[in-house]
Design a protein around this ligand. Sequence first.
Ligand code: NAP
Ligand code: GDD
Length: 328
Amino acid sequence: MARALITGITGQDGQHLAEFLHSKGYEVFGMIKGQNNARAELLRDEFPYVELVSGDLTDLPSLVSTLERAQPTEIYNLGAISFVHFSWIQAELTANTTGLGVLRMLEAIRMVGGAQNNPMRFYQASSSEMFGKVREMPQTELTPFHPRSPYGCAKVFGHDITVNYRESYGMYACSGILFNHEGPRRGLEFVTRKISNAVARIKLGVQQDISLGNLDAKRDWGYAGDYVKAMWLMLQQDEPDDYVVATGETHSIEEFLELAFAEVGIADWHPYVTQDPKFFRPAEVDLLIGDPTKAKTKLGWTPEVNFPELVKMMVENDLRIESAKLHR
Ligand code: NAP
Ligand code: GDD
């Protein structure tokens, strides 16, 4: 039986990937940090088939023992400090976890699995944030990086060290350069879920308005459930490689607001939205749009959920959650 280890199991992608790999018949191990992680109970309830193993990307010995315990054939390194705004607040922790954490995992693989012809295949969760102040449009696997945040800088290191270990030691190591992907499991700190949740609460009369930062930024937003399939496909190829995963469309925060409010019958969102300087960033990524041609042609991957469907799915989910809270 194929065995997969997922770091970042408590996060959005970790949950989608666990579900997907389980449906493919994998034995799934999830690395979880902390002595009493508040999300462990939720995981045990929703994903009883995932075996949780204690480990932290900032602690090499724990990565070694996690690999010894799980003996995975595939490792998906999704664990990270992933909130860009927070990466300015705790920049060193971000560099240590999101950047050096990748190096530690690669070293742990070398220690446990041996260097040459390593049977453990490795996936690194690289990010479109690495393109930052974009040098070309749309962005491809060959577009130069220009990160705009401590998070983006850490991801560039994680990406480069993954490529370097592949080239240095012949490891089967892939980097998926994923553009923004969202869904009902998205954390409330990210703009899409912050909006879908606020829209539901405004509709139900428990919140008056929503305060945001820069509304002009544009992102290439896809659905997380589609994107984890691309991660898996990358590890099923004869040769390891890097791929951009994106929809090829870009939309502004204003367009997201428009669709989300329309979903609850509010045609003009302006009276409900204020802007607060505290949500602006020291340096912004203005526009991202990916070119997924390589993923489409080589992996046969294509996104299934489009932008309006994604917004609808998120608002409907938050309406369900928030109205259940009201009727408790
Ligand atoms: P997420 O929901 O924020 O999840 C991040 C996960 O990392 C959580 O499970 C968290 O665990 C874990 N983590 C944090 N610090 C850790 C540490 N020191 N050791 C081990 N695990 C740690 O992120 P996501 O949206 O699922 O994204 C998954 C990965 O893809 C991340 O690496 C992210 O940077 C990258 N990515 C995401 C997107 C996107 O649009 N979602 C796009 C490109 C790349 P706790 O719950 O215990 O804190
Ligand atoms: N979070 C947030 N909150 N963002 C806001 C807000 C707000 O109140 N107001 C405006 N924004 C803008 C941000 O300035 C940014 O331009 C955009 O909304 C998206 O912000 P996030 O949803 O926080 O995502 P992100 O694009 O910075 O980062 C996400 O995608 C990356 C891939 O490009 C994260 O998932 C990263 O981990 C991921 O690598």
